[in-house]
Write a protein that binds this ligand. Structure first.
Ligand code: URP
Ligand code: ZN
Ligand code: ZN
Ligand code: ZN
Length: 473
């Protein structure tokens, strides 16, 4: 087994930051030591196989992105990152674990759809990965399948109140799935938008000739998100299922989550960097067809209504528990452009798996969140929420040696053109300048990225079986 000694840095956890040295033995963290400690009896900087000088840098747990869609079939096409390209891009950005979504289509057994996703990912991933299960058709058979999946390490299930005719579940189906999740102690994840009403608004807009990408946002107003979020919370309350509301973008929806949490209900909010930084006016409203780059659901919200500032505040209050990317990339050419002349044909999704750690660190630099909150929402809370803790999300003895050396004085330009590693022909964050830099990324003791050089390999990443959520109130 080879050893790695990281010394001179500040170890940042969800609860505090202090100068500490880290010893890795093989794939796990062997010890976290006071600087200069001789507890292990020798000069580790001289005896370890690999020595990393982290002076002036932060040493943090590898990022855990709890919401990605590699090669997801959607809207007549497929998300442009494969498990191979998407996980390599994630590694470049300091993320060492993703949780992706297996998708059950009507008429398919959930177990079979999970097997299909295992086939897609196995041997391809640069970093460790888990799966949530999308239940596209809630019926007696799929409800039975849920308990089998939990025992195979897939302990969370996503339902959709949006996309009628595709992934949509009605309230009766939601209630049944929540009853089953409640019985199993499994997390029920919800895409909370009133899809039935939204589809009417979309049809009416298109028939009026309002076909530009901007109208994607206009036809999915915040009221449709707030209403669905409230309904999901009430159904979860009746059934006792823990509820995790994905990709929340409306401040009103978060207020619903905050109130439920205030009453002690197990409800968790997830948001994504796009909802913190981008907006309906500036992005979806870009000239011509440019706005298609930012078509995703829930949609980007109006800055004039103050959603972005409120979302940052809800991160500080803890009502946003986790920040994930909802990485679902599509190229402009031959994918997003399917919706020229009709925004409803634009495949929904934004790619960003590579930029989450940097974008959220910028929140630290901008005085929006503390250093510890950054690690909490990007690493520790997702690990706990999705049953991966303490193997992931923390630097402590016995944990997997997933470690990022982050330079707070470095700089990252998300340049014009292709400066990223995601398989996309544009970047949703083009022109962003980040006051920080991912220097070195280790996954289970192996250096994957070192100052811009890729040292990893497809197949290093393993499937991780997850337990039940450890984050219940
Ligand atoms: O627009 C989005 N969010 N695409 C990915 C699928 C989903 O609903 O999460
Ligand atoms: Zn969704
Ligand atoms: Zn998603
Ligand atoms: Zn650097």
């Amino acid at each position: 087994m080879s050893t790695t000694f990281i010394h001179g840095g500040i170890v940042v956890s969800a609860t505090g930051s202090q100068p500490l040295d880290v010893l890795i033995d093989g794939e796990t963290i062997a010890a976290v030591l006071q600087p200069g400690s001789t507890a292990l009896g020798s000069d580790l900087a001289a005896t370890a196989d690999t020595v990393i000088d982290a002076t002036g840098k932060y040493v943090i747990p590898g990022g855990v992105d709890g919401h990605t869609h590699m090669q997801m079939p959607f809207g007549g096409t497929e998300a442009s990152d494969t498990f191979e390209t998407g996980t390599r891009a994630a590694a470049f950005g300091g993320t060492t674990t993703i949780i992706d979504f297996a998708i059950q289509k009507p008429g398919e057994r959930v177990q079979d759809s999970l097997a299909l996703w295992h086939d897609k990912a196995s041997g391809k991933c640069a970093i460790d990965y888990g799966f949530h299960q999308i239940v596209g058709s809630v019926d007696a058979e799929s409800l039975k399948g849920m308990s089998e999946l939990v025992s195979e390490g897939v302990s969370s299930f996503k339902l959709f109140m949006a996309y009628p005719g595709v992934f949509y579940s009605d309230d009766g189906q939601i209630l049944r799935a929540m009853q089953t999740a409640g019985d199993l102690g499994a997390l029920l994840m919800m895409h909370a938008e009133n899809g039935i009403a939204i589809d009417v608004l979309v049809e009416q807009a298109v028939s009026r000739g309002e076909t530009a990408p901007y109208y994607h946002g206009v036809t999915r107003p915040w009221q449709m998100e707030e209403e669905a979020t409230h309904r999901a919370i009430m159904l979860a309350q009746v059934t006792g299922a823990p509820l995790y509301v994905v990709h929340v973008s409306a401040k009103q929806a978060l207020q619903q989550i905050a109130e439920a949490r205030g009453k002690g209900q197990n409800v968790f909010g997830e948001t994504c960097p796009q909802y913190l930084y981008l907006s309906l006016e500036e992005n979806l409203g870009a000239p011509g067809f440019e706005g298609a780059k930012w078509v995703c659901s829930t949609p980007l919200r109006a800055r004039a209504e103050g959603h972005q500032d409120e979302l940052w505040r809800f991160i500080r209050t803890g009502d946003v528990t986790t920040v994930a990317t909802d990485h679902c990339p599509f190229c402009m050419k031959d994918q997003k452009d399917m919706g020229i002349g009709d925004f409803s044909k634009i495949p929904n999704g934004i790619g960003g798996v590579e930029h989450r750690m940097d974008l959220m660190f910028q929140g630290v630099k901008d005085g929006r969140i503390s250093l510890e909150k950054w690690v909490e929402v990007c690493c520790t809370a997702p690990a706990r929420t999705f049953g991966l803790y303490p193997r992931k999300g923390v630097i402590s003895p016995g944990a997997d040696a997933d470690v990022v050396i982050y330079d707070p004085n470095g700089h990252t330009s998300i340049g014009l053109g292709k400066t990223h590693h995601m398989n996309m022909d544009y970047s949703a964050y083009e022109g962003f300048e980040i006051d920080g830099h991912v220097d070195t990324v280790l996954s289970r003791g192996r250096v994957l990225v070192d100052d811009g050089a890729y040292l990893g390999s497809a197949g290093h990443g393993r499937f991780v079986k997850r337990g039940l959520s450890q984050n219940l109130i």
